[in-house]
Design a protein around this ligand. Structure first.
Ligand SMILES: [Fe+2]
Ligand SMILES: [Zn+2]
Length: 335
């Protein structure tokens, strides 16, 4: 009899946890940068595979829906064509957990990808069901299931913004064109969480330090438009930075493959640096709910080395006709 009661209790708790897991509005996703293996057999690194395994485990557990790939997808010189075997050896055969295979990978290019043919990476969108790279820069609005709240990704190409002087980039979209698009996209956003993702960091304590062009041209746009977070890679470590005068949070998650523990430019960001860790590979996990955006930075030993919780934006959106009528009636009744 006791066994039956215990079994019933166990089943009841199972059902409760299932209902909780599926009904609570949340959208989980991950970000990883600089995960492009090596250009020699086996075309992936020990650390890249280790992180892929940890990310797969967490992704399965947390029901991750999509991944943000932050560039430097193929070391050291990108891919040559859409048939390049590196798509398979450095990407498809490395990220093999069921949820990572089912997730959409929103991709952008890094400086190493631009050393070769980024158009081939864009074309690969039609070949791989999970690789989503429709253009050099693009945006995507995603709903938090079970709510009317949204997360908007604004995926940008920082190599085209900062390094356009390099001869091989001459025929690609210029910085002015992209900046105008970024400004328009951010201004028009009514998302509850607005996330901009680019390869180069705006602010960084790492070896590369702040990216001057982004600091002067992009940072004001992020601040004016109440961007929730700017994500980047390029420096091969984890970082969280936030300047006191602004609401924008900056996260670096560039150690999907290589790692760099030296905060060489720490002095330049001393007052805004909240966290720095480059002791191993890592990735970043996000959990968006209507109330908050939880960010966890996780290392190769599955350890959450840092976490932060951000609030949704408070957007002054334009009122619908129906809402205007209700307000009119309210004020009329008050006079
Ligand atoms: Fe890199
Ligand atoms: Zn890079």
């Amino acid at each position: 009899m006791e066994e039956v009661r215990l079994l019933s209790l166990f089943l009841f708790l199972q059902i409760c946890s299932r209902v909780g897991a599926t009904e609570y509005p949340r959208l989980t996703f991950a970000a990883i940068g600089d995960f492009g293996g090596i250009p020699l057999p086996p075309y992936s690194t020990y650390m890249q595979k280790k992180i892929a395994k940890v990310m797969g485990k967490k992704a399965d557990l947390k029901e991750v829906k999509f991944i943000i790939g932050l560039g430097d997808n193929f070391y050291y010189e990108g891919v040559k064509s859409v048939e390049d075997p590196r798509f398979c050896s450095t990407f498809e055969r490395v990220y093999t957990s069921p949820v990572l295979k089912a997730a959409t990978w929103y991709m952008i290019a890094g400086n190493h990808d631009h050393a070769s043919n980024v158009s081939a990476q864009i074309a690969y969108t039609k070949i791989s069901p999970r690789w989503h790279f429709p253009d050099f820069f693009y945006t995507k609005v995603l709903e938090i299931p079970g709510s009317s709240k949204t997360v908007q990704l604004v995926m940008i190409d920082t190599t085209l913004l900062c390094c356009k002087h390099q001869r091989h980039l001459k025929n690609l979209p210029g910085p002015q064109e992209q900046l105008r698009w970024i400004e328009r996209t951010l201004r028009d956003s009514s998302a509850d969480y607005l996330i901009v993702a680019g390869h180069h960091p705006v602010l960084s304590a790492g070896v590369h330090g702040n990216t001057q062009y982004l600091e002067s041209k992009l940072k004001p746009l992020l601040e004016e438009n109440d961007v929730t977070a700017y994500l980047s890679g390029h420096d091969h470590n984890l970082q969280h930075l936030k300047e006191e005068h602004s609401n924008v949070h900056y996260f670096v998650t560039g150690n999907g493959n290589f790692y760099s523990p030296v905060p060489m430019h720490r002095h330049r960001v001393q007052t805004s640096l909240k966290f720095f860790n480059g002791e191993s590979g890592a990735f970043t996990l996000f959990e968006a709910t209507p109330e908050s955006l939880k960010i966890s930075q996780i290392n190769d030993n599955e350890k959450e080395v840092y976490s932060a919780e951000l609030k949704p934006r408070t957007i002054l959106r334009s009122l619908s006709d129906n809402e205007n009528t209700i307000l009119d009636e309210f004020f009329t009744s008050q006079t």
